[in-house]
Write a protein that binds this ligand. Structure first.
Ligand SMILES: *Cc1c(COP(=O)(O)O)cnc(C)c1O
Length: 385
């Protein structure tokens, strides 16, 4: 028995509880499409990143089942040892084609991808310039590099340029990293401008397109919004959101991908994805390619919500409604739950102090009448209060 250990954990939890920052898990069963079951109650979920509901799609489930029947439930080892079942090559070539790169490398998750990619490219003698609202795993990867790190203000090109101008020359290699779509704000990074800036300073530019792949620019993601591929030599993302399953990826030039497979620690020292996950992603990418109008639906639903509520035009399927205070946000989330909607309260440290918010995500399966009703409740009973 370790009394000090339990006292430590209890003390921490108590302090978080007081600030309304303790988190809890709630059993939530997905019934179909956007409908979930929580505490015995059916809720329409506006809290899920499965934008195309592909995790529930019959064709994709069939692909996962077939792969399980043929190859088993697990990979058995790191892909470099014996875990490289034949589906990986197929998925990686599909991803490379979608993103217009030589090749792709699939990792265990988006989080593992960032922890693997960034420290493979830069180290203690190098420089990392990252967007201040970058996803937690980009910042965690930054600490693993021990590179000199600066954060640039949200979407502030001038600030990024100033940091590069001041510091670039003192370091061997530099990475410039941003979310393509910001996961808690739903806005886009100025990818074209950052790409040009990175090229000017010979900084290696990476976007994390976790919330862009599958749903923006015919499913090709945020680097393709101008109609052609932006200057993003490192396109990273996840297969666990619009793609509906699990896994992370990097799409890049051949030598970069070869280096990842040789040196990236989360690739080398972690077991390959289960065959079912890989097969599901292949089937999902096929479906998205076949049905671009379907892939565009979640953003259309987000637009409908924003127009009804008088909010600015959304740039992605994520719409935040900032309430500021964690307890007000929790109360709002609870009110929506009694009305039959699942909408998550997002609190610090996931977002900066004072910016607690409701985060709405829209999916292809949301009915317009549900969106109207939800918007009315938010307008009359949350924003007005
Ligand atoms: C969700 C997310 C990740 C992590 O991806 P997982 O596959 O869930 O590990 C990374 N980056 C961003 C921007 C995300 O939103």
């Amino acid at each position: 028995m370790s009394q000090s250990l339990e006292d430590f954990a209890r003390g921490k939890l108590g302090a978080l509880e007081q600030k309304q920052l303790r988190r809890s898990l709630f059993d939530t069963e997905r019934l179909e499409q956007a409908v979930t079951l929580r505490n015995g109650k059916k809720l329409i979920s506006f809290a899920c990143n499965d934008y195309l509901n592909l995790s529930q799609h019959p064709e994709i489930k069939r692909a996962a089942i077939a792969a399980t029947e043929r190859y088993g439930v697990g990979s058995g080892a790191s892909r470099l040892v014996t875990g490289n079942h034949p589906l990986f090559r197929e998925l990686e070539s599909r991803l490379a084609e979608l993103k217009g790169t030589d090749d792709a490398c699939v990792f265990g998750s988006g989080y593992l991808a960032n922890l693997g990619i960034i420290p493979t490219l830069i180290g203690p003698d190098d420089l990392l310039i990252a967007a201040e609202l970058s996803h937690a795993c980009i910042l965690a990867a930054g600490t693993l590099t021990r590179a000199r790190t600066f954060l640039f203000h949200h979407n502030d090109i001038e600030h990024a340029a100033q940091l590069l101008d001041e510091h670039r020359a003192s370091y061997a290699h530099t990475m410039l990293v941003t979310d393509g779509v910001f996961s808690m704000d739903g806005d886009l990074a100025p990818i074209e401008e950052l790409g040009a800036l990175a090229a000017e300073y010979d900084a290696w530019f990476m976007t994390d397109d976790a919330h862009g792949i599958g749903v923006l620019a015919d499913g090709r993601g945020s680097s393709f919004l101008s109609g052609s591929k932006a200057a993003v030599p490192l396109q990273m993302g996840t297969l666990s959101k619009a793609i509906g399953g699990y896994g992370g990826y990097l799409c890049a030039a051949q030598p970069v991908i070869d280096l990842m497979r040789t040196r990236s620690r989360t690739f080398i020292y972690s077991t390959g994805l289960p065959p079912a996950s890989v097969a599901a992603s292949i089937a999902a990418l096929d479906l998205i390619k076949r049905e671009p109008a379907f892939a565009a639906l979640p953003l259309e639903k987000a637009r409908l919500f924003c127009r009804t509520l008088g909010l600015p035009e959304p740039e992605s399927c994520i719409v935040p409604v900032l309430l500021g205070d964690p307890s007000r946000t929790l109360a709002a989330s609870q009110l929506l739950e009694t009305e039959g909607y699942l909408v998550t309260a997002i609190r610090p440290p996931t977002v900066p102090e004072g910016t607690a918010r409701l985060r709405f995500t829209f999916t292809a399966a949301h009915e317009d009448h549900d969106i109207f009703r939800l918007a009315e409740i938010v307008k009359a009973r949350i924003m007005a209060s």
